[in-house]
Design a protein around this ligand. Structure first.
Ligand SMILES: *[C@@H]1O[C@H](CO)[C@@H](O)[C@H](O)[C@H]1NC(C)=O
Ligand SMILES: *[C@@H]1O[C@H](CO)[C@@H](O)[C@H](O)[C@H]1NC(C)=O
Ligand SMILES: *[C@@H]1O[C@H](CO)[C@@H](O)[C@H](O)[C@H]1NC(C)=O
Ligand SMILES: *[C@@H]1O[C@H](CO)[C@@H](O)[C@H](O)[C@H]1NC(C)=O
Ligand SMILES: *[C@@H]1O[C@H](CO)[C@@H](O)[C@H](O)[C@H]1NC(C)=O
Ligand SMILES: *[C@@H]1O[C@H](CO)[C@@H](O)[C@H](O)[C@H]1NC(C)=O
Ligand SMILES: *[C@@H]1O[C@H](CO)[C@@H](O)[C@H](O)[C@H]1NC(C)=O
Ligand SMILES: *[C@@H]1O[C@H](CO)[C@@H](O)[C@H](O)[C@H]1NC(C)=O
Ligand SMILES: *[C@@H]1O[C@H](CO)[C@@H](O)[C@H](O)[C@H]1NC(C)=O
Ligand SMILES: *[C@@H]1O[C@H](CO)[C@@H](O)[C@H](O)[C@H]1NC(C)=O
Ligand SMILES: *[C@@H]1O[C@H](CO)[C@@H](O)[C@H](O)[C@H]1NC(C)=O
Ligand SMILES: *[C@@H]1O[C@H](CO)[C@@H](O)[C@H](O)[C@H]1NC(C)=O
Length: 439
């Protein structure tokens, strides 16, 4: 790979003579190539660098600011091996793919950008000729906030279908598909009513503080389990692609590995949509796994069980032999704001029966949690469930008969809890070959 040209090299050298701390300035016209994994733009003390590394999907490369050479903390996106990241002569940072399409653009043409730099804080900045920051990655976060980075209301972290936000009233929320809030943590009400423009930051000591003009000194909201430990620890808050928000720490300021020290949703199966549409989340030991409700369904992608399941026979092709699949110890997760789910007072038997005869009911849930509630899911509703011996609810899914139970569930009906667990383990062990573990 040929070295990229540096047309601004002479002015830069002159600048460097004046300002030796700008040693890491990246001049206009600089290019990093996706296939040039040895190329990078580094922060002055080398803790952070912009480069390309292979991404999780094959033959694609992620252009990112990496901590310790491997941990992405901000990214422009992924491209094929012919792609590149360029600081154009007009002052925009651009990610370009092998077909010469601009995949991402900082949109800073005409703002007088003369150089880029990676600061020791981890921020990628675009600077004008008065050394003023006109754009920074800290102001445009992707899925990660590093320690001391200011994350204010209105900003958003995204990962797949999931997003994390700080709402103006001070609640931290995790949302699926821009609509279903599956985790929320607020300040207590005596504060939240008065907030004007809150922001939060993960402090170097591992405590997340919320700031606002009405909160003197900030309010402590989350404690990493290693808070206060390690003077040399580097920490960041990341929205992972499994929909969980975690605080990670690296014991050393400049090197990995990193390990999680807090997660927002303690029970991964309660991350909405984790197993996709018609996917049922369960645990093998401590690992969450995704199953289909029954053999009336096939996985959408056998290599990625999180993509959900699809019916072998559509209900519309099933004029008279619709049947209810009974799922003990299973709760189809309901979003009260979903216009396509409705709640009724009904015991389990009518909960099941009404759904079977209703033209618009796809599935129902008898909560069995003391509320007396039965939820009905109607067309348009996303169906995702949680199965565990500790779940009291029973769910019913309308399928085109006959019902073809999953073998691990055969015989579990009507047994006591202990034998249920025992049968489950035996059945799962027999069928281990069917199951694809996520990790
Ligand atoms: C580049 O991006 C364009 C537009 O998104 C897309 O149509 C094209 O297939 C991409 N080319 C490569 C090589 O990925
Ligand atoms: C890529 O596109 C830019 C304009 O978008 C154009 O100036 C340049 O010549 C193109 N390069 C190649 C190799 O096609
Ligand atoms: C790099 O700079 C950051 C921020 O000033 C500092 O916390 C870190 O300890 C530095 N690392 C080294 C190796 O000097
Ligand atoms: C340029 O900006 C950086 C931070 O963005 C700062 O550390 C440095 O002191 C500035 N240099 C001048 C000459 O203003
Ligand atoms: C965070 O940024 C917002 C807007 O960008 C600003 O109003 C607020 O004062 C900042 N908070 C802190 C603690 O720096
Ligand atoms: C996601 O949300 C959009 C509207 O924001 C909606 O049309 C779509 O059906 C939702 N997807 C699912 C799977 O529910
Ligand atoms: C959520 O909304 C944003 C902005 O409107 C959009 O870019 C994104 O694709 C949406 N995400 C989902 C999962 O629908
Ligand atoms: C804010 O979070 C609290 C939990 O800390 C929750 O009880 C409350 O319902 C949330 N408010 C909204 C509007 O989501
Ligand atoms: C609300 O939180 C503040 C500190 O964060 C605390 O002093 C106050 O007692 C709390 N109020 C209630 C009602 O919990
Ligand atoms: C919130 O505002 C009300 C009235 O505006 C005021 O009485 C109260 O002291 C404020 N609370 C805080 C925590 O600032
Ligand atoms: C119904 O069955 C026919 C033939 O068996 C098939 O072609 C069609 O795609 C099916 N429709 C649905 C919605 O499953
Ligand atoms: C759970 O997963 C492990 C591999 O991670 C596998 O060896 C084991 O058989 C599984 N347990 C059951 C009960 O199937």
């Amino acid at each position: 790979m040929a070295e990229p040209p540096y047309p601004m090299l002479l002015p830069l050298l002159l600048l460097l003579l004046h300002f030796p701390f700008l040693t890491s300035a990246v001049p206009l016209g600089s290019v990093l190539y996706a296939s040039g994994s040895d190329q990078s733009w580094s922060s002055p003390n080398s803790t952070f660098a912009v480069s390309f590394l292979p991404s999780s999907s094959p033959n694609t490369f992620l252009a990112a600011v990496y901590f310790a050479g491997t941990v992405p903390i901000w990214s422009a996106g992924s491209v094929d091996s012919q792609g590149s990241l360029r600081l154009s002569s007009s002052g925009s940072l651009q990610l370009i793919n092998g077909s010469n399409n601009t995949v991402w653009d900082s949109g800073t043409d005409a703002l007088g950008v003369v150089s880029a730099a990676i600061e020791d804080s981890g921020s990628l900045v675009l600077l004008n000729n008065r050394n003023k920051t006109v754009w920074s990655s800290f102001d445009h976060p992707t899925d990660t906030i590093v320690q001391s980075q200011n994350f204010s209301a209105g900003k958003i972290l995204r990962s797949g279908s999931y997003s994390f936000q700080l709402e103006r009233r001070g609640n931290l929320t995790l949302t699926w598909n821009n609509s279903t809030v599956y985790w929320s943590q607020g300040l207590n009400s005596s504060f939240s009513s008065n907030l004007s423009s809150p922001s939060l930051a993960l402090q170097t000591n591992g405590v997340v503080l919320m700031f606002d003009s009405t909160l003197t000194g900030g309010a402590e909201t989350i404690y990493s389990d290693d808070y206060g430990e390690g003077s040399n620890t580097f920490r960041f808050l990341k929205l992972d692609d499994d929909g969980n928000l975690r605080i990670y720490s690296s014991a050393s300021r400049n090197t990995g590995p990193v390990s999680p020290h807090w997660s927002a949703v303690a029970d991964q199966c309660l991350v909405y949509g984790y197993c996709g549409n018609f996917g049922i989340c369960s645990y093998n030991d401590t690992k969450p796994i995704c199953l289909c409700p029954s053999r009336n369904f096939d996985p959408v992608d056998v290599n990625d069980r999180r993509k959900g399941c699809k019916r072998k026979v559509e209900l519309s092709n099933c004029s008279s032999n619709a049947a209810m699949l009974d799922l003990d110890h299973t709760r189809l997760i309901t979003d009260p704001n979903d216009p396509n789910s409705q709640s009724f007072f009904a015991g389990s038997s009518p909960c099941r029966g009404n759904c079977l005869v209703s033209g618009v009911c796809l599935a129902s849930v008898s909560m069995s949690d003391g509320s007396g509630n039965c939820w009905q899911k109607q067309p348009g509703s996303f169906i995702t469930g949680y199965q565990s011996s500790s779940v009291p609810s029973t769910s019913y899914v309308k399928v085109c008969g006959p019902v073809l139970l999953n073998e691990p569930l055969v015989g579990s009906k009507g047994d006591g809890n202990n034998s249920k667990v025992h049968l489950w383990i035996v059945a799962v062990a027999v069928l281990a070959g069917f199951l694809v573990w996520l990790w």
